[in-house]
Design a protein around this ligand. Structure first.
Ligand SMILES: *Cc1c(COP(=O)(O)O)cnc(C)c1O
Length: 468
């Protein structure tokens, strides 16, 4: 019986000759169709042999082949609706770009550009030139440069200043045990320090580090003093940290540069927008840091990038490190970053023009209105069996920014009714149901309820489940 079915399966040639896959040729090459047909047939063969599939029609084979073709032709990267409330969610691409930044990236993507061409002289230019003027203006730094991300910024800074490239200095980098951060698993400061060719010298204890801890650790082998912002955690209780100013004083007294990894460093004082204060790059430089590094796609609200601001002589050396070529930012990043920095020249409008700041500064009233609208749409769309309510909740900023700080928000809570004889859908099931929408809607599960946080949702209609 199985053998009979196997024998009757069409060959790839027969499938192609049937003409049913002709339309696919407009989408993709012949070879892709052949491969999809082969894969479909071997999957069916395996099913017949293993689980005794007892029938299969030509139509079904063609439909399955078509599905395979569609699946390979469909881009894997897609839009998702972020209803988690986390404004800078690393799994969802961190900052949403402003319109002007997205337009700038699209323009250079589709055209040739003056990326490394000085159009006034016709000579070769430098790609960082397009942003270093703005960075200097916005932070007061003497000089600035750009690499792929902040991990790369830390890496190249340490490699340049502390890996023995400077014959006058050793390789030791002194850092407090309280600041050896891990960012999202793949970035652990001590691993980056070791990989960059330096020698890590930890001082102090996890909760307390004192000025004399640094002073005592300094030897002729010391290359620099390093400070990292505790961007994704807080230390409470019996704690002591050496402030930047104190650290700079120790550095100056010993002729050592002070490098600070700010992580999410901001270009503006967020308390002006009613948010908790995060370190401001310009203020850290003013306090004496010789180099400050930070991310482009965290609080800055731009593309993935690592910004390095500080002393001219140090930036010059970083730029001359061959690793700069390895870690250089691409044209899409440079264009989007420049457009994002230009928005900072109009701080008064920033909470409207910069999406991440717009999300962070949404008022509870605004969020309530959006949640009520979404709840009404969802009630109608989900039908019987679901309970849809609007509730108070809290969003986090995410992306290693404002640890421990919660922004009051409004969420749509969805639960499933308890009905006699019917197993209610649990929150995790509802979560997956929304994920299966097109585009996927990502909510969060909290205390057995499924929640849609409206803070990061542009339109209430966006959270209504859609199939295509
Ligand atoms: C986020 C962060 C990093 C890594 O930055 P990426 O831009 O993700 O590479 C490094 N250090 C600190 C303190 C951070 O918060």
């Amino acid at each position: 019986m199985n053998d009979e079915l196997l024998r009757r399966l069409p060959s790839v040639d027969e499938l192609l000759r049937s003409g049913a896959l002709k339309d696919a040729l407009a989408l993709c090459s012949h070879a892709v169709i052949v491969e999809a047909a082969q894969e479909t047939l071997s999957a069916i063969r395996a099913e017949i042999s293993s689980n005794g599939r007892s029938e299969v029609s030509l139509q079904e084979i063609i439909a399955l082949t078509q599905e395979r073709i569609n699946a390979v032709m469909r881009p894997s990267v897609k839009r998702v609706i972020n209803a988690t409330g986390a404004v800078l969610h690393t799994n969802m691409g961190r900052a949403v770009l402003s319109r002007s930044a997205a337009d700038a990236a699209a323009l250079v993507a589709r055209n040739h550009t003056n990326l490394e061409l000085d159009v006034e002289t016709g000579e070769r230019g430098l790609r960082d030139y397009h942003v270093d003027g703005l960075l200097k203006r916005l932070t007061g730094a003497e000089a600035a440069c750009v690499v792929n991300n902040n991990a790369a910024a830390v890496f190249i800074t340490l490699n340049t200043l502390a890996a023995g490239l400077n014959p006058l200095r050793g390789k030791e980098v002194i850092i407090s045990r309280g600041e050896l951060v891990e960012i999202g698993g793949s970035f652990r400061l001590h691993e980056i320090i070791n990989k960059s060719g330096c020698v890590l010298k930890e001082v102090g204890a996890a909760n307390r580090t004192h000025p004399h801890d640094y002073a005592r650790a300094i030897t002729p082998q010391t290359a620099l003093l390093f400070k990292a912002h505790k961007s994704n955690f807080t230390v409470a209780g019996f704690t002591a940290e050496v402030g930047l100013k104190e650290l700079v004083a120790i550095g100056r007294a010993n002729g050592l540069p002070v490098v600070e990894d700010l992580g999410s460093g901001s270009l503006v004082d967020l308390s002006a927008y009613g948010l908790p204060k995060e370190p401001v790059v310009g203020e850290r430089l003013l306090a004496g840091a010789d180099i400050v590094t930070f991310s482009g796609d965290k609080l800055l609200g731009g593309p993935q990038a690592g910004l390095i601001c500080g002393k001219k002589e140090l930036i010059r050396r970083i730029n001359e490190n061959p690793l700069k070529r390895v870690l250089r930012a691409d044209k899409l990043t440079i264009a989007a970053l420049e457009a994002t920095l230009i928005l900072y020249l109009n701080k008064e409008k920033l909470s409207q023009t910069l999406p991440s700041l717009k999300y962070m500064t949404r008022t509870v009233d605004e969020l309530d209105m959006a949640a009520q609208k979404a709840a009404a749409l969802l009630k109608a769309a989900l039908g019987d069996g679901f309970i849809v309510t609007v509730e108070d909740s809290e969003s986090v900023v995410g992306g290693g920014s404002m640890p421990g700080h919660k922004l009051p928000t409004k969420v749509v809570a969805i639960t499933h009714e308890e009905m006699p004889g019917v197993e209610p859908l649990r929150a995790a099931r509802i979560y997956r149901m929304f994920l299966a929408s097109d585009p996927p809607i990502v909510g969060r599960v909290n205390n057995g309820s499924f929640l849609l946080d409206m803070r990061t949702v542009d339109n209430p209609e966006d959270v209504v489940i859609r199939k295509n």
